[in-house]
Ligand binder design. Structure first.
Ligand code: GLN
Length: 537
C-alpha cells in the first residue's frame, strides 16, 4: 500500500519547502524506502517553459523533456527518484485536461465543478505517479502559501485524499515560520497558530510542523506550539538556518523525523544510513581544503534562483575537489560597458550559462574571448556554447560578422542557426529540442577523458544549433567537435586545441549533477580552475 505525505507552507513563501520536501525524501530513502516526489504549482501556465526566469527562477528539464519547476531539481539532487513530466502538476494542466474531457463529452452532460471534477483530476495525477513509480512513499509538495485563493483546489484534493487512501496512509506536514522579533528579543508563534488555523478551516489537521527559525526553539516554545496547533510536541520540528542545504536531512534525522513518519505509517524499515552523505557531502562542504573563484557571466544574475542548478553543480564540483567555490555573479551587460579585464581578472574559471535573446550577448562573447586568450578554464552551457562558437568564428576565423540567427536573422555568417525543419514552427511553447539525446564522444578528446566513456545521454532545451556548413572552417583554426548527436549529425560539444580547459556543450549538464556525484564537466572545470588559481597566486 503506497503512503502519501502532503507538504504545505504557511505564513510566507520562500521558506524552503522544496528543500524540506527533498530532505524528507532523503531521510526516508536512507531507511531503504523507495520514494518519489511531486510538485503542485497553483499558477495557470501549463508549465514554466515560457516564463521569465525573473518571475519563476530556473526551468528544470527532466529526462523525458518536460520543462518543470526548479524544486524538481532539488528532488533529483537529494534522492535517487527520477522525475518525469508527471511529477510537476500545474493548475493550467488540470483545467486543460478537464476542459478537454468536457468538450469530448466524457462527463455525460454533468455540470463541471471544482469539486468534484477538478479535485478528482488532481487526485488521479497523484495515483498515476504512485502507480508508475512504484514508490513506497509519494511526497507531494503544494506550492504557494496556505490562505492563497489559487492553491485551494489542491488543498481540497489533499484533504479528500485521506478519505480515499485511509488515515494511516496519508500524512500532512506543514512548514511554517517562527519569526524572531529583535527589539523584543522574542520568537513569536502567533503566525504559525493562524496558519494552522487556516489549514484546519480547509479540513486539514497537520500531523507534523516544521518550523523555520533563526533561533533554537526552547522546550517551552515547542510546548506552546504543540498545544495551540494540536500537534504532538515531538512532531514540532525545528528547522534552523544552516550553512548548507545539504545539512537539512541530518537536522531532520537528528530530531527523529524519519521515525515519526514511519510510526504514523506503521512501516518497519532498516536503520538510517546517512553516513556516506554526511562524510562525502556535508563534511566536505564545511571543511574545504581549498577555495577557487568562478565567474558566472549571465543576464539573470540578480536572482539567486535563475541559475539554481548551475550554482549547485559548481558547488558539487567543489565538493568533489575538496574546495569551496566562490561564485562571482557577473552581469554580462557590465562587461559590455567596462570590458572583461576589470571584472574577470580575479577569477580562475569562467562559465557562461544558457539563455534566450540578444540582450547581454556581446558581453558574454567578450568574456569568452578573455577566457580563450588568457588560458582561463571555460565552461559554456547551451547559449554559452553558441556564444563560444560565434566568438571563435569572429576572432579566430576572420568571420567578423558571425552571429546566431536568433540575434540577427540576416547575417553573413550564420554559424548558429535553426535547422530547416524548425523554420516552419510557430508556437513558442513546447517547440524546442527538449530532454535527453545520446551523444557520441570522440576518443582522445577532453570530453572523453572527463566522462570516461564514448556514449553519454544529456538533457537539452534549445532551438538553435551549430551550423554544419561552418564546421570545417572552425576546425581548421583549432576548434574540436568532440561530441556529436549521431542521428542528425549535430554538434553537442566543442573544445579548443591547446587550451587547458575550454569545453562547451549544447546540452545542460547542470541538470544531472548531484552533491555526491558531481557531473564530469563540472568536476573537471573546478579541477582546472584550481590548477589555474595556483599559477595566479
Ligand atoms: N537561445 C538558444 C537556443 O534557443 C540557447 C538556449 C539555452 O541556452 N537554453 O538555442
Amino acid at each position: 500500500m503506497t503512503k502519501y505525505i502532503f507538504i504545505t507552507g504557511g505564513v510566507i513563501s520562500s521558506l524552503g519547502k522544496g528543500i524540506a520536501s527533498a530532505s524528507i525524501g532523503k531521510i526516508l530513502e536512507s531507511r531503504g524506502l523507495k520514494v518519489t516526489l511531486m510538485k503542485f504549482d497553483p499558477y495557470i501556465n501549463v508549465d514554466p517553459g515560457t516564463m521569465n526566469p525573473y518571475q519563476h527562477g530556473e526551468v528544470y528539464v527532466t529526462e523525458d523533456g518536460a520543462e518543470t519547476d526548479l524544486d524538481l531539481g532539488h528532488y533529483e539532487r537529494f534522492t535517487s527518484a527520477q522525475m518525469t513530466r508527471f511529477n510537476n502538476v500545474t493548475t493550467g494542466q488540470i483545467y486543460n485536461a478537464v476542459i478537454s474531457k468536457e468538450r469530448r463529452g466524457d462527463y455525460l452532460g454533468k455540470t463541471i465543478q471544482v469539486i468534484p471534477h477538478i479535485t478528482h483530476e488532481i487526485k488521479e495525477r497523484i495515483k498515476k505517479v504512485a502507480a508508475v513509480s512504484r514508490a513506497d512513499i509519494v511526497i507531494i509538495e503544494i506550492g504557494g502559501t496556505v490562505g492563497d485563493i489559487e492553491s485551494l483546489p489542491f488543498l481540497e484534493a489533499a484533504r479528500q485524499f485521506r478519505l480515499d487512501a485511509g488515515c494511516e496512509n496519508v500524512l500532512y506536514i506543514h512548514l511554517t515560520l517562527i519569526p524572531y522579533i529583535k527589539c523584543a528579543d522574542e520568537i513569536k508563534t502567533k503566525p504559525t497558530q493562524h496558519s494552522v488555523g487556516t489549514l484546519r478551516e480547509i479540513g486539514i489537521e497537520p500531523d507534523i510542523l516544521i518550523c523555520r527559525t533563526e533561533k533554537a526553539l526552547s522546550d517551552e516554545v515547542k510546548e506552546k506550539i504543540s498545544l495551540f496547533c494540536n500537534v504532538r510536541k515531538e512532531a514540532v520540528i525545528e528547522a534552523k538556518d544552516v550553512a548548507s542545504i545539504y545539512q537539512v536531512p541530518s537536522e531532520f534525522k537528528n530530531q527523529i523525523l524519519d521515525e515519526i513518519i514511519l510510526s504514523h505509517f506503521k512501516l518497519i524499515s532498516r536503520l538510517s544510513n546517512l553516513k556516506e552523505w554526511e562524510k562525502n557531502v556535508v563534511e566536505r562542504i564545511i571543511n574545504p581544503e581549498d577555495r577557487v573563484a568562478i565567474a558566472v557571466v549571465g543576464k539573470y544574475v540578480g536572482l539567486q534562483d535563475a541559475y539554481k542548478s548551475i550554482y549547485e553543480s559548481l558547488a558539487h564540483g567543489g565538493i568533489h575537489n575538496n574546495a569551496k567555490v566562490e561564485i562571482k555573479k557577473i552581469d554580462s551587460e557590465e562587461i559590455e560597458k567596462d570590458g572583461p579585464e576589470k571584472l574577470l581578472s580575479e577569477v580562475s574559471g569562467i562559465l557562461v550559462p544558457g539563455g534566450f535573446g540578444y540582450r547581454g550577448i556581446e558581453g558574454k562573447i567578450k568574456a569568452i574571448k578573455f577566457a580563450r586568450e588568457n588560458n582561463i578554464p571555460y565552461l559554456g552551457l547551451c547559449l554559452g556554447m553558441q556564444c563560444a562558437v560565434i566568438e571563435f568564428a569572429r576572432n579566430a576565423c576572420g568571420m567578423k560578422s558571425a552571429n546566431s540567427t536568433e540575434f540577427k536573422l540576416k547575417t553573413k555568417y550564420p554559424v548558429i542557426s535553426l535547422l530547416e525543419e524548425q523554420k516552419r514552427v510557430k508556437n513558442l511553447g513546447g517547440t524546442m529540442r527538449l530532454g535527453i539525446y545520446p551523444c557520441k564522444i570522440k576518443k582522445g578528446a577532453l570530453a572523453y577523458k572527463l566522462y570516461g566513456q564514448g556514449l553519454i545521454y544529456e538533457r537539452h532545451r534549445h532551438r538553435y544549433e551549430l551550423n554544419n556548413k561552418y564546421r570545417s572552417a572552425l576546425e581548421k583554426k583549432g576548434m574540436i567537435f568532440s561530441g556529436i548527436y549521431p542521428k542528425n549529425n549535430l554538434v553537442e560539444i566543442v573544445e579548443l586545441k591547446g587550451h587547458p580547459y575550454f569545453i562547451a556543450a549544447q546540452f545542460h549538464p547542470e541538470f544531472k549533477s548531484k552533491p555526491d556525484k558531481a557531473h564530469p564537466l563540472f568536476r573537471g572545470f573546478i579541477k582546472a580552475a584550481l590548477e589555474k588559481s595556483k599559477c595566479q597566486d
